[in-house]
Every structure is written in structure tokens, then in C-alpha cells.
Design a protein around this ligand. Structure first.
Ligand SMILES: [Zn+2]
Ligand SMILES: [Zn+2]
Length: 426
């Protein structure tokens, strides 16, 4: 790439803001249309149809269909200037098996299925970014890949996009961005995590096989419930003693099943329980799995029970690339305003399939506020009462477009020679 000093472009930012404003009604229409036809998993034919139709309307977008082993889409757009970087912008597009209550004119038409995580909004703002970047294509060089990923909720789409569709190659992706509508952040604002946006995710399923018998003679049985409860109660202190207190971690049992509700006088043969483990650091997550296995083995040994333990790592953390943070912050401020973008100091350990991207290329994940200013709290993600705030679509589309623009122009990343990163310090 030509050594050239790029500057932050107030004219382009004004143009992006103007276009975002102009696109607002279109994006709301698209978001609500998607909201009506929520689909779960990787096969999202109706969602796919709408996004494909919208992408095909945009001048300069080449659509790659059936990505992610099914109904995912990739839109590729090249700027008209000769040189530039390649930026990947990703939206997840799948819904959840949640029944949407009555009320909205554009309520889900699919019984038992709802966009309760707001991915309809993610798809709409990414289409908005594509529309804006298309309009200013004369002003930038390089390539933007708009990735519409199915299967996020089931942890599936990203690996297929990367390994099967080679989305990070041809041209090679230099940086990636993704975002989620976030209930704890006020509408109109954006929060950026300083370190990690999401944690590493693991899960466990444990089955304890005891010896069933009459509840009046427990000495002739091996009680699997007692063993399971001992493990459940002991694990928090095991993790406190074996893993440094400075390491963020979560261990939660989410189910425990044993016996029959109608039978009060039999100690059952088996007890099964399982749940989730989270950590900021993959080594810590692996250590948690080992400690759990050791604990299960020890308790079962003393009780005289057998066990089966299935302990798995599901995905890594989403770490924000340090060298992109400042540029991302300034880009978002340029679109939304100086007081609208802030760093979130309290990290959390939710999971996100975007980790497959962020572990391979420098990436930043943004939390787009969706809590209307007048409300202190709104229903959380995945709840049937969750409501996406349509007012945020234009701002998010503008920020993604600006990240695409500045990313391609090579001034987002620090530490690069001759690309004008000094401009950010002004
Ligand atoms: Zn979700
Ligand atoms: Zn989500």
C-alpha cells in the first residue's frame, strides 16, 4: 500500500451522518420485516431472502450466497480508490425459541420463535452501513466484507464462514468489527470494553451412577443425589482455592435431575447435573474443567459411585484489539458525538461466536445502547419482553460505515508507519 498520510475526514463524517439520517426509515422497515420472520439455527431461508433482496439493491455489492453451510450471506464491496485495506463487518442474524407476546404490529409470525436477542436490528444496521458505503464509494479504496452470520445462538456460524467460505481470505481481512444491541447502555450511546467484550465459554454434563434402594435403608444404597450435592456445594470453594482471585470466572449449575416426583421412598440409581463455566482466560477455563473432573472423581470414589463426565470448551473470549481501540472510539465519536462513546470498565463473561473472528484477526466489539433514556432498566436479552429500540439503527449504521471507511483508508490501527495514526492524538 502506498505510504500516504490520511487524515480524519470531517466532510466524510458529515456525509455519513446525512446518509444515515436519510436511511433511517428504510432501516426501520427492514428491521421490522425481519422481526416478523424469526428463524433459529443455521437455516434461515426467510431471513436470507430479505437480506439478499436488500443487498442486491445496493450498487457495488457482490453477494456470496449460502455461506456458513446454509443460509448465511456475504456482501463484498470494493471502494473506487486504488489502494486500501480489507475490513470485515459482521452481523449475527438468527433468532431464539421464545414465544413473542401479543402487542406489536410486526409481531413474530412464527409461533415459538422470536428475535429476542435483537439480531434483526444487527442485520438492519449492517445493511444500512452497506448502503452508506456504497454511496461514498468514490472516496475510499480497499474492500469491505459484510458478513451476515446465522447460528450465533447455537455457536455455529462463524467457524463455517472462516473454514469453509474462507471469509478471512481473498482479499485477506485486516480487521473485523461486530456489535450487539445492549440493554445496559443508553440508546444513542456506545460502550466499548477495554479488555474483553465476551468471555471463554465451557459446559459440563455429569452423570453419577449410584446404587438404588429403599430410602429407609440408605446404608444399603449409594446415594447419587448426596454425591451431586456435595460436588455442587464444594466447587465454589475449590475454584477459590485453586485459581487466583484476580481471574474472572463463573461456575453455574443450571440443572439437576434425579428420582421421580411421585416416589418418596426410593433412593434413585442416578443423578445428572450440568451447567456452564466461563472465564476471561482460556487457561483458566481449562483449569476449571480439570478441577471439576478431579472433584467429581474424588467425591464418587469416597461415595462408591461411578460417573460419566462430559466437560467441554465451546468457544474463546472476544478480546478487543488494543491497537484498534482508540481509532474505533474516535470514529464512533465522530458519528455520534463526543459524549456518546465511552469505555466500559466492568467486563462480563457472556459468550459470543464472534470469538472465532477476533481470535484470528484484530477486532473490536461494540455495545450499542438500546435502553431508552427515560427508562432505568429494560427487559434483558432473550426475554419475551425484550424490545429493540429502532431509534439506534441509523447511528449504528453510520458508525459501522465510518469504521469501514476509516478501516479501509488505513488510519484506524495504531503503530503503523505512514498511515496517519498520529492524527488521532490531536
Ligand atoms: Zn443471544
Ligand atoms: Zn445476541
Amino acid at each position: 500500500m502506498e505510504e500516504k498520510l490520511f487524515e480524519k475526514s470531517p466532510d466524510i463524517e458529515e456525509r455519513i451522518k446525512y446518509l444515515a439520517e436519510k436511511e433511517e426509515q428504510t432501516l426501520i422497515r427492514i428491521r421490522r420485516e425481519l422481526h416478523k420472520v424469526p428463524e433459529t439455527g443455521v437455516y434461515l431461508p426467510k431471513t436470507y431472502e430479505i437480506i439478499r433482496r436488500e443487498l442486491q439493491k445496493i450498487p457495488g455489492v457482490e453477494v456470496i450466497e449460502h455461506a456458513a453451510e446454509g443460509y448465511g450471506l456475504i456482501g463484498i464491496m470494493r471502494g473506487k480508490l486504488p489502494d486500501g485495506k480489507t475490513v470485515l463487518l459482521r452481523a449475527d442474524i438468527d433468532a431464539l425459541p421464545v414465544e413473542e407476546p401479543e402487542g406489536l404490529p410486526y409481531r413474530s409470525e412464527h409461533p415459538g420463535c422470536m428475535h429476542a436477542c435483537g439480531h434483526d436490528g444487527h442485520a438492519a444496521w449492517l445493511i444500512g452501513a452497506a448502503r452508506i458505503l456504497s454511496d461514498i464509494r468514490d472516496n475510499w479504496g480497499g474492500c469491505v466484507k459484510f458478513v451476515f452470520q446465522p447460528g450465533e445462538e447455537v455457536g455455529k456460524g462463524a467457524t463455517a464462514l472462516i473454514e469453509k467460505d474462507q471469509v478471512l481470505e481473498n482479499p485477506k481481512v485486516d480487521m473485523a468489527f461486530a456489535a450487539h444491541g445492549w440493554p445496559s447502555v443508553e440508546s444513542g450511546k456506545i460502550g466499548i470494553a477495554r479488555r474483553y467484550a465476551f468471555g471463554c465459554v465451557g459446559g459440563f454434563s455429569i452423570k453419577i451412577m449410584g446404587k438404588k434402594g429403599h430410602a429407609s435403608w440408605p446404608e444399603e444404597t449409594v446415594d447419587p443425589i448426596a454425591a451431586a450435592i456435595e460436588i455442587y456445594q464444594h466447587m465454589p470453594s475449590v475454584l477459590t482455592k485453586k485459581i487466583s482471585g484476580t481471574e474472572a470466572k463463573v461456575f453455574s449449575v443450571t440443572y439437576m435431575q434425579a428420582g421421580d416426583v411421585k416416589i418418596h421412598n426410593v433412593i434413585p440409581e442416578t443423578c445428572e447435573f450440568g451447567g456452564t463455566m466461563r472465564a476471561a482466560n482460556m487457561d483458566v477455563l481449562k483449569r476449571m474443567g480439570k478441577e471439576l473432573e478431579k472433584e467429581v472423581r474424588a467425591v464418587c470414589h469416597v461415595a462408591g459411585a461411578e460417573y460419566k463426565a462430559d466437560i467441554r470448551i465451546h468457544g474463546g473470549a472476544v478480546h478487543n484489539a488494543v491497537d484498534l481501540l482508540e481509532g474505533t472510539e474516535k470514529t464512533a465519536k465522530g458519528i455520534l458525538g463526543e459524549d456518546k462513546v465511552y469505555f466500559i470498565e466492568h467486563d462480563h463473561l457472556g459468550g459470543e461466536n464472534f470469538s472465532e473472528f477476533s481470535s484470528r484477526v484484530p477486532a473490536v466489539y461494540l455495545f450499542i445502547g438500546i435502553r431508552p433514556k427515560e427508562k432505568e432498566q429494560i427487559p434483558g436479552l432473550h426475554s419475551a419482553e425484550y424490545r429493540f429500540d429502532d431509534h439506534v439503527l441509523k447511528g449504528a449504521a453510520g458508525v459501522f460505515a465510518a469504521l469501514g471507511y476509516y478501516g479501509c483508508m488505513g488510519i484506524l490501527q495504531k503503530q503503523e508507519k505512514g498511515t496517519g495514526t498520529e492524527e488521532w492524538k490531536k
